[in-house]
Design a protein around this ligand. Sequence first.
Ligand SMILES: NC(=O)c1ccc[n+]([C@@H]2O[C@H](COP(=O)([O-])OP(=O)(O)OC[C@H]3O[C@@H](n4cnc5c(N)ncnc54)[C@H](O)[C@@H]3O)[C@@H](O)[C@H]2O)c1
Length: 417
Amino acid sequence: MEKIRVGVFGLSRGVYIAREFVHNGAEIVAFCDLYDDRIAAARAEFGENIPAYKDFDRFLEHPMDAVILTNNFSDHAPYAVKCLAKNIHVLSECISNGTMAEGVELVRAFEKSKAVYMMAENYPQSLLNTELKRVADGGTLGKIVFAESEYNHPLPELDPGIVRMLMFTPKHWRNFLPKTYYITHSLGPVMYMTGATPKKVSAFAVFDPVAENAPSASYVGDRLANITTQNDDGSVFRVTAFSQFGGHNSTVRLCGTKGQAESLRGQGDKVLVRYNDWDLPENTENNRVYTPEWNDKDAELIKKSEHGGGDFKTVRLFLECIREKKQPPMPFDVYSSTVMSSVAILGHRSVLNGGKVYDIPDFRNEADRALYENDDLTPFWREDGRAPTVPCCSHPDYKPSEKQLKLYAEAIKDNFK
Ligand SMILES: NC(=O)c1ccc[n+]([C@@H]2O[C@H](COP(=O)([O-])OP(=O)(O)OC[C@H]3O[C@@H](n4cnc5c(N)ncnc54)[C@H](O)[C@@H]3O)[C@@H](O)[C@H]2O)c1
């Protein structure tokens, strides 16, 4: 079988994903990034002769079957549209679209293309989330009526090294990232486990800015947003998207009519499954805590991959879709991806409007597309220099202080080139 030829756009996260392509038998054939240092590091790892470009359109002229979109968080859709127009398969990092209008454009481009489109959402594929899906699919929990999912990723806010690595320019997307936007690591797993799709969203943020002596150029003073969705099967999800409170965790709790299953916070790779006496399945206990094992032909490669094995499985699924000429299942397909982006974008509008409830459009429907095809509001700086058009924080006037900006400038000086 001929190797699938892959180009990598964005060489920070892109390097991690590219490794999994190699482990899955694909070939990395081209790179695109703005920074020489990142290009040099990628070449050192994957091959000194791999062509590297700074201009995406020139990169896309290089012969390739698929592109990994690991560029800026808010800029995936315009590049996905260009790939789809050339029938080049797309594995896009989250989120699929930074504006509502881009979501409409993306599904229209997808429907005209012969290519596979997949969201590179890896958290549903981790060991614990694979196990929770297995338990939910087994049916012993009954109907899942409520689920909670947290992506809580605190960072040492006084550490200049973290700022230098993650927010390396004043207009970097992470300095303008509203607390509802990084949604797919928490919403993706519960959509995957339950099959439910959000139809309404409401959210409240907690305003609690970083310390005055933190190196910061961030306009986001919120620490988290609590996001509630009502779903097409009547269930409700409560999720956080990139919250930042003490005690890192990425955990899920499924509540069914007959039982509960959850990944335990801070307990290693453990799940807890619970039932009442009258609903107890045979050969189990009311409250069972255990460490699941991989039951997968590629277990050894999966164990070596990042994000609880999710990175390997994500890439394997994408390559399987290309080889078998099929689209990925929900929530990795283009329609679920735009739903997740809508929860992110409209969830933030809810934050800015006192928790107002917004309907989540279904971009399969032309009427829903028409509602949003011109909605290009964004809290991010655009690549062409256009300024944000909505605030990124629940306190719209919040901005970094002179002292924080000075410490930030100090932190990012002498950064990579
Ligand atoms: N799934 C995961 O576990 C996971 C982990 C980390 C990051 N991500 C996602 O991956 C994406 C990238 O994240 P990151 O941390 O690597 O971001 P980053 O800002 O560190 O890197 C983005 C890279 O893209 C390049 N780039 C952006 N626009 C470009 C352009 N027009 N031309 C050439 N190069 C361009 C930049 O030079 C930069 O090196 C984001 O969407 C993020 O959400 C996902």
